[in-house]
Design a protein. Sequence first.
Length: 215
Amino acid sequence: MNPIAPLLPPLQDGPLLCGDQKTLRDWLMHYWHKLALPMHELSLLAITQDRQEYMRWTGKRLQIMVLGCYCYIPASLTAARGRGMAGQHRHLIFIEPDMQARSIEVTIAHELIHLADRIHGTPRRHRHHGYDAIALDEAAVTGYPLEELRTLLYEESIRREQMRRQRRPIRYLYQCPCCGKTYPRTRKYSQAVSCSSCDKSYNPQFRLLLSPQNP
């Protein structure tokens, strides 16, 4: 079950933008035109830079490491989702505000590529962020070299990981008695766990042991 009851944002004449409206609007319209997206879809689009708001809109959890997210709500579900109108699908996008200016630009372009895929009836999932066909499309539409986009993604991911560790620091370190591989944890395991490198199935021979010295 979804932990949050979905509540769609209201429809309006143009896109609903919640956050840095000038930045969102400038890059939205820039890449909307570059991707040749139909103008009538703009009124069905809502973008927010508030994680909690996006989760309310979609009813889906949004992990702290996520920098941007696109969600398509089909027309068959809008009537049951609060303020949506029957017969109208919706495009919902989250953009993390705490990023470099170029990263915000690229993330908007990235999520609009997902939107374009949906409109064209060819939705794609990521095989490997920064190294798949979507990444190639992102480089083509933004004009930035692929390696530069990968560097941006790496830098932003490191920043998010640091924020996550501030909220949930590593307190426990488990180790395999056989190969010595370590498993950092924010919480203790609730049951016995064995080393996945030594055996993909649970094997008591490789049961992880709590290190006497935790970080």
